[in-house]
Design a protein around this ligand. Structure first.
Ligand SMILES: C[S@@+](CC[C@H](N)C(=O)[O-])C[C@H]1O[C@@H](n2cnc3c(N)ncnc32)[C@H](O)[C@@H]1O
Length: 273
């Protein structure tokens, strides 16, 4: 508890622009990942394997970008650092523990980019303009991954278990006091999910996405008590692999229920026109 509080303070000092909720989430994720190391290991290994396959599919390896690099648990950072000239880790918050790991392991070509990749603020801005002008269609894309165009020589972009979290974060912001829910469209979360997939599809380089797409909450007798579409109605890309991730094994949330997520991986993300 004390260690988490200290980590919170240090992270806020190092990254004053990071939202406190995101820092809290990152520290919470660190705790859950440690508690469920065994239960999560297959998911993490299969994520790394999907990324490894994508790396093998890239002939020229200059810059690789990892979206949602988080704790670097499901990202094969050794391989990325040794095989690419440059590795850019993008996340809404980078915990100092992760920065320290990168420093201690001496990855000279790894850099951190702290950024909200959801497109939420842009969607709010577009919604405000639409309301002010009465225009329904501004004729502009959300383009949440447009910042990638400013990074030179990108040959691979990895979306590493971040898409569902973009939706979770957007739902939380819509429910928060300053979330501008009044002006946001009813399908705001779906637009952000679609915006991420569209952003990946527009990239002129190889892409790979790993994301959980849904979950079921199950009792010990196997009866499903809840199902949830984590992509808010948006069709996921055609998967090359799928598996289950016991995010909350029995006892994590309630003694008699587990929450198990369905995960997909897909290369060369494309969206239906
Ligand atoms: C399930 S974790 C991914 C785990 C990570 N790939 C790893 O290897 O440890 C989701 C990550 O997405 C990040 N994230 C959530 N919403 C984000 C946003 N809007 N922009 C950027 N990163 C976000 C979180 O901070 C977290 O690190």
């Amino acid at each position: 508890m004390l260690a988490d509080a200290l980590l919170f303070v240090v992270t806020r000092l190092i990254s004053p622009k990071s939202r406190s909720g995101s820092v809290r989430d990152a520290i919470g994720l660190r705790g859950r990942a440690a508690r469920h190391r065994a239960a999560w290991s297959e998911h993490e290994a299969r994520t790394r394997a999907a990324i490894d396959r994508a790396i093998d599919g890239v002939a020229v390896r200059r810059t690789v970008v990892v979206l949602g690099s988080g704790l670097l648990r499901d990202v094969p950072i050794d391989r990325l650092s040794s095989m690419f000239n440059k590795v850019v880790l993008v996340d809404i918050v980078h915990l100092p523990t992760v920065r320290l790991k990168v420093l201690l392991r001496r990855y000279p070509n790894v850099t951190f980019l702290t950024r909200d990749i959801s497109g939420y603020d842009r969607l709010a801005e577009q919604s405000r303009i639409k309301l002010a002008t009465g225009q329904d269609d501004l004729g502009v894309r959300l383009d949440p991954l447009g910042f990638l165009r400013k990074i030179d020589d990108v040959d691979l972009v990895i979306s590493a278990n971040v898409l569902s979290q973009i939706a979770v974060g957007a739902v939380a912001r819509l429910q928060a006091k300053d979330g501008q829910a009044r002006i946001m469209p009813d399908d705001a979360v779906a637009q952000l999910v679609a915006g991420h997939l569209d952003g990946l599809a527009q990239l002129p380089c190889k892409t790979v996405i790993v994301t959980d797409v849904s979950y079921v909450r199950r009792r010990r007798d196997g009866v499903v008590v809840e199902t949830c579409d984590l992509l808010h109605g948006v069709t996921p890309p055609f998967p090359s692999d799928t598996w289950e991730w016991p995010v909350a094994p029995f006892g994590e949330e309630t003694a008699d229920e587990e929450r198990v997520h369905r995960v997909i991986s897909a290369e060369d993300v494309a969206v239906d026109l």
